[in-house]
Design a protein around this ligand. Structure first.
Ligand code: SER
Length: 372
């Protein structure tokens, strides 16, 4: 792991003895970071400064293992190039800022994780533990609970067989949590660690502080963005098929046409994140919530794409390993707790996601710019 620490400031950050109040986003250069930084930036501009309870001095800090693209960097005040497993970087953040909220997005996804499971564990669990510890230390130093968002995943589920998957249909949060991938194991660990830091941290210590971390998590389905392509995931076939067709590239789908898992659009995922983070704590009955939007088969994807791009060349050639991962994920998720507790409502059906969001945005993107 590279351990470079570099900070790029896009606007002045207070110096001297006083620490600036800050919101921290890790994995800021990834697919979700892109959408979330835009949304957090828009929210603080709309709110006339910060979007938190702590006044207009709040700075938006991004951390990523790679340098951020200029269009993403424009949405934050400080961008660190560094590793979430690097304690020196986290110490530095602790010393420089009063962090009020953390959005911990950095992770190695499910396909990549199966090539290097120990590295995935190191980054996904070790990194999460580091960030939770940072949150708890922050709470100790400034005396306020730190809100922590953790994107979990449908990968925490593991249906033993395809017959079970078809028979079970929608899963509730407490069912079938026996993941088949290291990534799924890591996300489940992250959820448990978060709940521990929120409710039980240092149970026996004399100088214990009550609830230093306010941990909130969503188990996301596959996410499809019109702006970016995912990499290293197993739900990637959905977005890859659409982007390939728009870029006039043939696509060989690595799962069978009848494969079915839940998906949602990136704007829905970002809205859900902000909605859960702003919900009153007393309304929340769980620390990790399912949310659901639509569940097309890979063949449904092909048909939507083919209607919009009649010349698209899409073939199915199932890869046994990646297929087995998708076959272990549920067809759909029961999101009644999220609907009840914090008002989650999906914005799209599969049809409206394609017609209103994906096709127009993606077609315009490939018409006006070079393919990703
Ligand atoms: N999109 C993720 C993956 O495919 C699952 O959350 O790894």
């Amino acid at each position: 792991m590279p351990h470079a620490i570099g900070a790029h400031h896009t606007s002045p950050v207070p110096t001297g003895q006083q620490r600036a109040t800050a919101i921290l986003v890790t994995g800021a250069g990834g697919e979700m970071g892109h959408g979330l930084l835009c949304a957090l930036d828009a929210r603080r501009k709309h709110d006339g400064g910060c979007g938190t309870d702590h006044g207009p001095l709040t700075v938006l800090i991004a951390v990523d293992i790679r340098e951020l693209a200029p269009e993403i960097r424009a949405h934050c005040d400080v961008a660190y190039v560094g590793d979430i497993c690097d304690h020196a970087l986290l110490e530095r953040l602790l010393a420089m800022y009063e962090i009020s909220e953390i959005y911990h997005l950095a992770a190695l996804l499910s396909t990549r994780g199966e090539f290097a499971p120990e590295t995935a564990h190191h980054v996904n669990v070790g990194g999460t533990l580091n960030l939770l510890h940072l949150a708890a230390e922050q709470a100790r130093s400034h005396g306020r609970t730190v809100k922590f968002f953790f994107p979990s995943s449908i990968a925490v589920y593991g249906l033993p067989t395809l017959d079970d998957k078809r028979r079970v249909g929608r899963v509730r949060e407490d069912e079938w949590c026996e993941p088949h991938t290291m990534y799924g194991c890591n996300k489940l660990s992250g959820e448990h660690l978060g709940r521990y830091y929120d409710q039980h941290y240092r149970k026996l210590a004399k100088d214990r502080i009550e609830r230093p971390v306010d941990f909130r998590s969503i188990r996301f389905p596959g996410i499809i963005s019109a702006e970016t392509l995912p990499s290293g995931g197993t739900s990637d076939y959905g977005p890859e098929m659409i982007h390939a067709a728009a870029a006039s590239r043939p696509y060989r789908c690595f799962v069978r046409g009848d494969s079915r898992i839940p998906f949602m659009t990136m704007p829905e995922a970002i809205d859900a994140t902000l909605a859960l983070m702003s919900a009153p704590k007393e309304c929340l009955t769980r620390s990790a919530y399912n949310i659901a939007s639509f569940s097309p088969s890979a063949e449904d994807f092909r048909q939507f794409v083919q209607q919009a791009f009649p010349l698209a060349s899409i073939e199915f050639e199932s890869d046994p390993g990646r297929q087995s991962i998708v076959d272990s994920w549920p067809i759909d998720c029961d999101d009644s707790a999220a609907r009840r507790d914090w008002g989650w409502v999906p914005r799209h059906t599969a049809e409206s996601a394609f017609r209103e969001y994906l096709l127009p945005r993606i077609a315009a993107r490939y018409l006006h710019s070079s393919p990703i």
